[in-house]
Design a protein around this ligand. Structure first.
Ligand code: UDX
Length: 448
């Protein structure tokens, strides 16, 4: 099938490459000329396992193309995906200007019937706005060309985007049109074997499904973070509690890991956007608001533990930081807890010596050169002359470090573990003061 994807960001590029890999003829359109030229040379703007070979292979065999020529893109695809960004505007609601600009472009150049598919995460009601925009432009042009707008939200996880797209749990399509249904079935047939993963529903429900999924996952995490704060104060161990509740199949083990707060491009943005949408229609979403509040507070946790250990005297201290990305297997630092920690440390007059397997360039890009940030090439060199170690991201190489080396290198034997990677008992035996997340009040007091 002939497909056009507007927006070569995370979602657009992965979806386009995966569709091309099963034989669809895909054109990607973006306004960023440098990005398009780089992609033609095989330079992929994001780090995502498996994506580079997929893009190279499909580009070389001619099934994946990149262009800034919007007219060519509109003419090409019978199916037009809109996968441009919806950044939060000042009040937290999703900004639709890029989505509506693409709708206008499609309407300006289309001469044959089109199926327009919203792939970006957009507020409920966006498909109606896209429909209106296209109708108005066609009216101005004096044309009556058949078109349909559907919603097909994306559920991919960063770091597993290609495999999530190749083997989706479900393919949600919002439409009430039979022709759109059969076209989407045909498009996704290669990913819909063994059992039927297609879930058809009305457009608004599909739009809300995306937000509901992300908000549910964010809720699980904030719930566990709240429990971890309780566990800490009650002298219980949240890791035992997690095991105890996860074994109930109604609860399950997934997404109940306490930590230093959720980040990334989706959860914070989508929870805030749904709160906004609710407020706009006069509904106060008390649960969603609490999810957000708990997360904002949890991101302060690493700093407050350091502050507790150093009794408020962080000025002049050097903190070793392991992990900058918002989660492992990505170089993405959007809404990462590491950013909240670093800013608080700098504010207090401390320095940061940081190492991350993938996100060093991104950190450099965000913060540039500054005296109180040293980006180093190995996790060991981050420890050089540092006063404390903080683990912010659970990269596998941080899971079993040489604790004797850490003890030798640090001026103070203190580890603040934002991901509960280490055994508190072992930490005590090694003589560390250890601050995990919700691991009982007793633990940190016995070290030193
Ligand atoms: C998420 C959704 O999982 C995906 O379906 C959606 O399409 C986009 O948003 P992503 O942002 O890539 O994907 O990351 P995810 O793996 O879900 O993690 C999000 C954040 O939650 C990370 O900061 C992670 O550290 C945190 N997290 C996750 C926890 O703190 N505890 C958990 O148990 C799970």
């Amino acid at each position: 099938m002939k497909v056009t994807v507007f927006g070569i960001g995370y979602v657009g590029l992965v979806q386009a490459a995966v569709l091309a890999s099963v034989g669809h003829d895909v054109v990607c359109v973006d306004v960023d000329e440098a990005k398009v030229e780089n992609l033609k040379k095989g330079l992929i703007p994001i780090y995502e396992p498996g994506l580079t070979p997929l893009v190279e292979e499909t580009y070389q065999n001619g099934l994946l193309n990149f262009t800034t020529d919007a007219e060519m893109g509109v003419t090409h695809g019978d199916i037009q995906f809109i996968a441009v960004g919806t950044p939060p505007d000042e009040d937290g609601s999703a900004d639709l200007k890029y989505v509506l600009a693409v709708a206008e472009t499609i309407a300006t150049y289309m001469n044959t019937p089109k199926i327009i598919v919203d792939k970006s995460t957009v507020p409920v009601g966006t498909a109606d706005k896209v429909t209106n925009k296209i109708s108005n432009v066609l009216l101005d042009r004096g044309e009556t060309i058949d078109f349909n707008v559907a919603s097909n939200p994306e559920f991919l996880k960063e770091g597993a985007a290609v495999s999530d797209c190749m083997k989706p749990d479900r393919i949600v399509v919002g439409t009430d049109n039979e022709h759109v249904k059969s076209s989407m079935r045909e498009l996704y047939a290669p990913f819909n074997r063994n059992h039927d993963r297609m879930i058809f529903m009305d457009v608004r429900s599909a739009e809300l499904t995306k937000y509901a999924a992300n908000c549910m996952l964010a809720t699980k995490i904030s719930f566990m973070n709240e429990m971890s704060n309780l566990a800490e104060r009650l002298g219980a161990d949240i890791e035992a509690v997690r095991h105890g509740i996860g074994s109930d199949s109604r609860i399950g083990y997934q997404f109940i890991y306490p930590g230093c707060g959720y980040g990334g491009s989706c959860f914070p943005k989508d929870v805030q956007a749904l709160i906004r949408t609710s407020n706009e229609i006069g509904y106060s979403p008390s649960l969603l608001t609490a999810v957000e509040t708990v997360n904002v507070a949890q991101k302060q946790k690493l700093y407050s533990n350091l502050n507790d250990y150093f009794k408020g005297e962080l000025a002049g201290k050097t903190i070793a930081l392991w992990g900058l990305s918002f989660k492992p297997q990505t170089d993405d630092m959007r809404e990462a807890s590491s950013i909240v920690l670093m800013k608080a440390l700098w504010e207090a007059g401390a320095k940061v010596q940081a190492y991350d397997p993938e996100a060093m360039e991104e950190c450099q890009r965000i913060f540039g050169s500054r005296d109180d940030l040293l980006l180093v090439g190995t996790k060991e060199s981050a420890l050089n002359n540092a006063d404390a170690l903080v683990v912010c991201t659970e990269w596998s190489q941080f899971r079993a470090p040489d604790f004797n080396l850490i003890a030798d290198q640090l001026n103070h034997k203190v580890i603040v573990d934002g991901r509960n990677l280490y055994d508190p008992q072992l930490m005590l035996e090694k003589g560390f003061s250890y601050y995990g997340i919700g691991r009982g009040e007793s633990v940190k007091k016995q070290g030193n």
